[in-house]
Write a protein that binds this ligand. Sequence first.
Ligand code: SF4
Length: 255
Amino acid sequence: MPIKKTSTNKQAPSTRRKAQAPGARLTMSSAAATPRAKVARRPKRSAIPPAVLYERLLALYPDAHCELDFSSPFQLAVATILSAQCTDKRVNMVTPVLFQRYPTIESLARARQEDVEEIIKSTGFFRNKAKSIIAMAGALVEKHGGAVPSTLDTLVTLPGIGRKTANVILGNAFSVNEGVVVDTHVGRLSTRLGLTREIDPIKVEQVLMRQFPRDRWTMLAHLLIFHGRRVCEAKKPRCSQCALADVCPSAGIGI
Ligand code: SF4
């Protein structure tokens, strides 16, 4: 789809590229040296209401879904912990081996750290991840009757589970819209599409929760993640091929 010109596109190409480099982060020194640049790097507001943007995304990705494989809340909890700094594809290669070796919460709670580390090694940060999933399994056995709780407040008390992971579990394993999952893709897309100027994930989530109805929160994250992985990548946003370029205030920052 050809890119319609927006006010952002009217900038000189060199200025535009400099102002909105994908994934750019202001350092203290650069911000201090060029105070105006900080303002220029902030995308303008979306050209369309959030509800219309949602429908546009839904039309593009009607089957958007969690791309981690799981067959129970516990498996999703483990897979989500393993997905930190790792691709879902890699996690999906590791979890079948892990769950074959430790098919129940109780068996994983009793697992030896080094055995789990060996299985999940390729997901990175494997020592901390092994520690977290064994400790989480132990806490579920000791304090929750061997089941994953379905409330945010309880989930975030478990080892290895923060608000983002809890939102993933609630939205996808329990169909509970308690919040919006703000991962790296959701954060990036929210900014580029002009939904918010916030960068802190907690603040981004609060903005998104105000802009979209509760029953759309889980799907919204899937839609943004799908578009972020397939088109609006961090380092190479494919603006020239993007179906949202006509309404995106950041159109033109990429190839
Ligand atoms: S790829 Fe699409 S959504 Fe991403 S910055 Fe470019 S036009 Fe906007």
